[in-house]
Design a protein around this ligand. Sequence first.
Ligand code: SF4
Ligand code: SF4
Length: 318
Amino acid sequence: MKQNIVLIGMMGCGKSTVGRLLARRTGRRLVDTDQRIEEALGRSIPDIFAKEGEAFFRDWELGVSEELARERELVIACGGGLPTRPDSIASLKYSGIVFWLNRDPGEIYDAVSMAGRPLGQGGREAFLERFAQRGLKVFSFIGDSTFFHSGITGLINAVYNGAKTSIFILDNSTTGMTGHQDNPVTGVTLMKDVTTAVDIRTLVLGCGVKPENVRTVDPYDLKATAAVVKEAYEAEDLFVVIVRQPCALLKSVIAHRKGQHCRVNADKCRSCKVCINKTACPALTVGENGVSISTEDCNGCTICQQICPFGAIEKEGE
Ligand code: SF4
Ligand code: SF4
C-alpha cells in the first residue's frame, strides 16, 4: 500500500505516539505537520499563534498539507486543528487513508500538559466548552439498491427516534457491486419486464422526512453538490440527499455520452496534478509530456475540468 496514513484528532489525543509506532511498524517516515511548520519558521507554535494569529498558522498548515499530499508512503500526524480548514484535510484525504483518533476532551485535558498548547490556555472549563461547541455530525452513505433492500428500515428508525444525521442515498440507477442488475429505481424487473419504478424522494417523504430537508443533486455539478453538503452539515434535523447520476458503465449512458470527453490544454497545464489526486479518475494519466486524458476512457463528466485551478481542461463534444 503506497497511500499515506494520515492521523487526525484533537491535540493530545496521541497522534505523535501512534504515528511513531506506526512508522516503526510499517517502515515509513513519520511527518508531524506542527513540527514541519516550526522547523520552517524557526519558531514554536505558541509563539506563531501569539504573534501572527491562528489564520496565519492555518495558511501554513494548508501549504504543508498540499506539499505532503504529493508524497506517498508517509505516516502524517496532523496538527489538532488542521481538519478545521477543509482544503487542508481535502488534499491529505486524497493522498491516503485518514484515521481519526477519537479521545475524550476531558481525559486529554487531565492527562496531557497544556503548557505549549495555544488552545489549552483558558483553563479546563474553557477547553471543554470550546470542543463541546463543535459537536459531531454523522453522515451516512448508502447506494440506491441497498437502500431498497435494507436502508428503508434504518431511515424509518432515524425518523422515529429523531436522529439528527444526514443520509446520502447514492442513486446510480443500477446494482453495481453484483453485476449491474436493475433495481426498483429503474422500473425494469430482473426478467427485463417494464414495471412500476419506485421514486426515492417520494419514498423518503413517505417515511416521514420533512420535505424541506430533502434534496436531489447531480454529483457531476460540484458547486451544487458542495452547497448541498454544506446544508446537510448545518441541518439541525434529519436531512436526506439523493445524489443522482446513472453509472458511467451502463450501456445506455455510454451510448448517450459517446463523443464527449475532456482534454488537457498543455499550454495552460502547470502539472500540479490536482486533477489526478482529487478525482482518481483512471482516464487521467501522467506521462513524459505531462498530464493527459485518454479519450477512450473519458466520458466528459467535467469533474476534472471543474477542479483544475488553472482552467487547463477543456470539454469536447456535446
Ligand atoms: S490539468 Fe489542471 S489540475 Fe491537472 S495537472 Fe494540469 S493544471 Fe493541474
Ligand atoms: S472529464 Fe470526467 S471522465 Fe474525463 S478525465 Fe475528467 S474526471 Fe475523468
